[in-house]
Every structure is written in structure tokens, then in C-alpha cells.
Design a binder for this molecule. Structure first.
Ligand code: AMP
Ligand code: GLY
Length: 430
């Protein structure tokens, strides 16, 4: 595609590490677009002009895009998508990467997705769907543990309980259905067979029935080393995930990606955006754990630095309906993102702690910001659970990991915490 055909002004919506990675990748385009972000964070503000409009303020974002003559909006998080941001932008004649509210339901309702997966014969765990406690408990009694209880709606990664005892499963059912622990998102739930295996994240750029599969990656969801402790939004990622061999990727494309894209289109959903498929690699083959309808965080931080294809051209092609002409080029490097969080996350954690970043970073390392802000005196301080994403590339995963971890050590912050074993599973296998 000719650079002059690309948008001049791009707005990234969101405030996390994923959005910082998107801002950097879009800025690296040969088309040299003007990149804006709303609301952004302290690190994004160093790279792009930020506007204090919250990511869930749909009218505010549409107004901002109009005022700033934005040609193209790239939406990071799921909440604005499920609130219809992409629909409102399209109505305003502004091109957008990210699905409308109907497409975003594939993430916002696990039941909606499960029904589609079953209808189209796409491999996934067997599940029962419930809105009342008694039938849910009766179903539980007839199933072995471990078993998985999932709130239907958006719960910021916290609506899934992998129960190892019947009591734990029953408690999860009661909390979700009776105590309204997840608000409206928990008024219905799924009880799903527990799948065993290794997980992988497959990010697919989708435009109607056309798609481009991005490089494979693996997230680390638990807070502690060795996959211990509670689930988080994601504590680190690396790419490629070599557990997904070329043969396995071919099977994933044939049994999951292509049928899913076809199913979504057949359901009358015009989907333009990222279909992020969480997959469990079981002994019976790959199975779908979930759909998300946006880029993964922190997978994106590890995947985008590996693209040789211009990210702006790729996402723009998806929104223009020309994705079938794109042949993805990937750099032969390994990438890793180690998330630096505030100690205490995913439960309670301090904010406002000063952050000291190294003056210079080694080649191949970048520090992406997530929960950061400037305080009244201009100091960089923590402002969220996941604070930074230390990202590095290397010719091997070992090299990338060594680079990222030496940068993690050099960062100062009283509440600094990070997992020491991002990528360890793959490093052990090598
Ligand atoms: P989800 O939001 O559906 O991806 O669930 C969050 C996490 O819970 C997944 O990344 C898995 O680690 C775990 N999980 C979800 N569903 C299952 C399942 N059926 N079997 C085993 N683990 C699961
Ligand atoms: N890293 C998992 C997610 O973005 O949901």
C-alpha cells in the first residue's frame, strides 16, 4: 500500500501498556502519522499528544475525534467497544479499528460465545448455562472437580474461578448468582469442564471474512512465580510461543480460526478488529477458552515489536476491507514483556509511589507505561496495579529475557514487584 493512502491523524483509545505499544508501533509507520491518545498515561504522553477523555466516555471520544480531525481510531480496551464506541464513530464517518457493540459481545458475554462455538462445532469445553442457583448446584454435583465457574459478563479478568473442590465451586456459584459479586455481569454463569494443558494467545486481525493471524504468544496470568496465586490481567508475555509448532498452528487455523471468523460473519456480525482467541492446547487438540475482541495486554507488547509489516497499514487495511491484500512479514526475533506491578496487585496496592527509570536503556529494550502518572511536582509515580511493561527483543528468548530483566532490576520503586520467570517454560524446553 502507498504510504500516502494511509491516515494522517490516528487516535489510540486507552491508558495501558497495550496502548503504549500501539502508539509506538503506529508512530513507527513510514507514513509518519500524527498519533493522539485518550486518556493515555505518563509514558504515552512522552510519545503522543494525550487528551483527558476517559476510555469509556463514548460521546467525549467521538467529539474529540471530530475536533482533532482524526482519520482513524484504534480502540484498545473492551469496555468502550461494548458501549458502542466503534458504532458511534462509524456513524460519524470516522474509520475505526475495533468491532461494534454486537461484535464486542463475543467478549462481553461468555454465554453468547459458547453458544456460537457449540452451534458451529468449534472445539471448546463442554458447559452448562445457568441463571438459577439450584439447577447450577445440581449440575455441579454431577461433574468431577476441578471445574470452572465463569460469570457471563465483563469482570476485568476476575470472573473465572477454577475450583479444585466442590465447596469452592458451590461458593463461586452462590457468590455470582446470589451475592451479585460481578453485578449484572454475574447474573448468569457458565459451568465448564476444566481443560488441562498449556495456554496460548492467538491474536487475529479480522475484517469480515478476511483475517491475518499475528505471531503466537503466551501470557502469564497468575501473580506469582511458577504460576502460583490469583489470576491477574497478565504479568508478562513472550513471542513466539514455540509450543505452537507450525503443525499445531495449522490445526488451530483450520479447526478454530477460520471456522470462528466464518461463524461470526454467518451470525451477521460485521467484525473489524482483533479477535483474540485464548486457547488451551489439550491432549485432544486445541480448544477455545475464550474470545476477546481487542488486543491482549501484555501480549501486544511482545507481538507488535516483531512485526516487519507496518502496523498502521495492517489495521487500516482491516478497516478499509483490503486485508486480503496484506501478507504479514515477521522479524526473526524473540520478544518478551515483563510486567512491573505494584506489590499487592491484584488485590489492594499502593499508588503514588515514585518511579525511577534508568537514564539509558540497552539496545532492544523499551519501557512501556501502564499505571503511571505525573504528580503535582512532575515526578513519575505509580497509578495502577500494572505499572510498567519492560519489553525487549533478542535473537533468542534468553537474550531478550536477560535484557528485560536487567532493565527491571535497574528500575526503582518502593512497591516494585515482577515475576522472575516470564518465558521460563519455553527456556526450560530449549
Ligand atoms: P477466560 O477469561 O475465560 O480466558 O478465563 C481466564 C483463565 O481461566 C484462562 O486463561 C484459563 O487460565 C482459565 N480457564 C478458563 N476456562 C478454563 C477451562 N475450561 N479449563 C481450564 N482453565 C480455564
Ligand atoms: N492478557 C490477557 C488479556 O488481555 O485479556
Amino acid at each position: 500500500m502507498k504510504p500516502e493512502a494511509l491516515p494522517r491523524t490516528v487516535l489510540v483509545v486507552g491508558a495501558g501498556g497495550r496502548e503504549h505499544a500501539l502508539v509506538r508501533a503506529l508512530q513507527a509507520s513510514p507514513a509518519a502519522p500524527r498519533v493522539l491518545c485518550a486518556p493515555g498515561n505518563a509514558g504515552i504522553a512522552g510519545d503522543a499528544t494525550c487528551f483527558p477523555v476517559k476510555a469509556d466516555d463514548v460521546p467525549g471520544l467521538v467529539a474529540l475525534a471530530r475536533e482533532q480531525a482524526v482519520d482513524f481510531v484504534v480502540v484498545g480496551p473492551e469496555v468502550p467497544l461494548s458501549l458502542g464506541l466503534a458504532d458511534r464513530l462509524s456513524e460519524a464517518g470516522i474509520a475505526v479499528y475495533g468491532p461494534g457493540a454486537r461484535g464486542a459481545r463475543l467478549e462481553a458475554s461468555k454465554i453468547f460465545t459458547k453458544e456460537i462455538l457449540i452451534k458451529y462445532g468449534i472445539p471448546t469445553a463442554a458447559a452448562g448455562i445457568f441463571s438459577d442457583v439450584e439447577p447450577a448446584l445440581a449440575y455441579l454435583r454431577a461433574r468431577p472437580v476441578p471445574i470452572v465457574v465463569k460469570a457471563d459478563g465483563l469482570a476485568a479478568g476476575k470472573g473465572v474461578v477454577v475450583a479444585t473442590t466442590p465447596a469452592e465451586a458451590e461458593a463461586a456459584v452462590r457468590e455470582m448468582l446470589l451475592e451479585g459479586k460481578f453485578g449484572a455481569g454475574g447474573s448468569q454463569l457458565l459451568i465448564e469442564d476444566c481443560l488441562q494443558g498449556e495456554e496460548t494467545s492467538i491474536l487475529v486481525v479480522v475484517s469480515g471474512r478476511d483475517y491475518v493471524i499475528l505471531p503466537t504468544s503466551q501470557d502469564h496470568k497468575r501473580i506469582g512465580d511458577g504460576d502460583s496465586g490469583p489470576n491477574t490481567g497478565g504479568m508478562g508475555a513472550y513471542s513466539p510461543a514455540e509450543v505452537v509448532t507450525p503443525e499445531l498452528l495449522e490445526a488451530i487455523e483450520r479447526t478454530i480460526v477460520r471456522p470462528s471468523v466464518e461463524a461470526i460473519a454467518s451470525e451477521g456480525i460485521e467484525f473489524c478488529g482483533t479477535l483474540f482467541i485464548g486457547i488451551m492446547l489439550t491432549r485432544d487438540g486445541p480448544k477455545v477458552l475464550e474470545f476477546n475482541t481487542r488486543f491482549g495486554d501484555p501480549e501486544t507488547q511482545a507481538v507488535l515489536p516483531r512485526l516487519a509489516t507496518d502496523t498502521l497499514a495492517l489495521l487500516w487495511a482491516a478497516s478499509r476491507g483490503t486485508l486480503r491484500h496484506v501478507r504479514l512479514q515477521v522479524k526473526p526475533v524473540h520478544a518478551i514483556c515483563v510486567v512491573v506491578s505494584a506489590r499487592g496487585y491484584p488485590e489492594s496496592y499502593p499508588t503514588g509511589d515514585p518511579i525511577g527509570l534508568p537514564e539509558t536503556l540497552p539496545a532492544g529494550v523499551s519501557v512501556l507505561h501502564a499505571g503511571t502518572r505525573r504528580d503535582g511536582t512532575g515526578r513519575l509515580v505509580t497509578a495502577g496495579g500494572r505499572v510498567l511493561g519492560v519489553t525487549a527483543t533478542g535473537t533468542t528468548l534468553r537474550e531478550a529475557a536477560n535484557r528485560a530483566y536487567s532493565a527491571c532490576e535497574a528500575i526503582t520503586c518502593p512497591s516494585k514487584y515482577y515475576r522472575r520467570d516470564i518465558g521460563a517454560r519455553q527456556l526450560r524446553r530449549q
